[in-house]
Design a protein around this ligand. Structure first.
Ligand SMILES: [Zn+2]
Length: 348
């Protein structure tokens, strides 16, 4: 057997045996943490999580995002039912259409409604139409992740990261081929939606275009002082300007509204990387406002980019971002990129 054939043979064996084990295991542990009496965070994997949130409200159970593989989500559901001692699922909320946030919807088909932004159902339909191609395209990517995992030192963060995505993607591919029922949101909104759950409230905000998929929403629970960010904000970065087309005014309006009251967000959970502080979100907002308003004024004043670069130098205006604890070198690089992109947007 050539080295290549041998590799492909191992890969086939992997797909035959590995994908069918969706229970918690040493290779893909399923853990959960109680944020509070009412909020449960369930995480599959070691470092790059397949994560869902469950909230126990007086009116029923709420689930935020449903994971990438129904086989795993079945296990997550068992944990929710066991931990809360109830199974009255009221709402599922999808933060956006991506497979790793909606594939498990079918596990909660008994909920009263699945909620999303109004753009999400069509995007999910489109994904479903292309499902076979998506699965085919994942196979070589999984093969690549296997070699990256095997090149990393066992037990290192890289090893665990690639191990997480290899195993969870293999289970997902198997599910998308054999065990997937397109389960669309049944209640959608355009701008904002408030859910009165008796003892707590969930405020849903459409975030707008230009950061992730364009159907992304933020979910704020004022009583728990928690924000759920889907794939919009991650704790490893404050950066959110990647492309010239983005809804700057909406982004700022939404963040201002969520952060209007002192202490309205203690923590924010994204869907893959663990929680970040409320201050992290406030820094994202402050930076956006400072850069956007500042550059708009500079543009109106007829300044050239060379002048703007000096006026808005990182060291002059933005070292406050280091309160995030992130690497100053990374913050400086991200700022240089964001400045250029935002200037391009304002120059159109
Ligand atoms: Zn996503």
């Amino acid at each position: 057997m050539s080295r290549n054939t041998c590799f492909m043979f191992s890969l086939c064996l992997f797909f035959v045996f590995a994908p069918l084990q969706a229970q918690s295991s040493e290779d893909f542990p399923i853990n959960f943490e109680r944020y509070s009496d009412r909020v449960l965070v369930i995480k599959g994997g070691h470092v790059y999580f397949d994560q869902i949130i469950a909230i126990a409200s007086r009116k029923g159970l709420i689930v935020i995002d449903t994971g990438k593989a129904p086989s795993y989500t079945q296990e997550y559901r068992k944990i929710i039912e066991r931990e809360f001692g109830r199974s009255d699922f009221l709402y599922v909320i999808n933060t956006h259409f991506h497979f790793d946030h909606t594939d498990g919807n079918q596990v909660f088909a008994d909920a009263k409604a699945i909620i999303s932004h109004e753009k999400c159902p069509d995007m999910m339909r489109n994904f479903d139409r292309n499902r076979a191609n998506f699965v085919a395209a994942r196979q070589p990517r999984i093969a690549q992740w296997i070699s990256q995992r095997d090149a990393a030192a066992p037990g290192s963060r890289d090893f665990l990261y690639y191990s997480d995505i290899v195993i969870s993607n293999s289970v997902m591919v198997n599910d998308l081929t054999n065990n997937y029922i397109l389960t669309l949101p049944s209640l959608t909104f355009r701008d904002r939606l408030t859910l009165d759950l008796g003892d707590l409230t969930l405020k849903l905000y459409y975030f707008g275009e230009g950061l992730h998929t364009g159907d992304d929403i933020l979910i704020h629970c004022p009583e728990e002082k928690l924000l759920f960010t889907g794939d919009l904000f991650y704790k490893e970065t404050l950066r959110c300007i990647y492309q010239p087309e983005f809804d700057a005014d909406r982004w700022i309006d939404v963040l201002d509204e969520i952060l209007a009251e002192e202490g309205s967000v203690d923590f924010a959970y994204d869907t893959h990387n663990g929680r970040m502080s409320g201050e992290h979100i406030a820094l994202v907002r402050d930076y956006l406002v400072d850069l956007y308003e500042g550059l708009k004024a500079a543009k109106a004043g007829g300044l050239e980019f060379a002048e703007v670069e000096k006026m808005f130098a990182y060291d002059l205006k933005f070292t406050y971002l280091e309160r995030s604890g992130l690497d100053p070198q990374q913050l400086r690089q991200d700022h240089a990129e964001s400045l250029k992109i935002l200037w391009t947007k304002l120059s159109k």
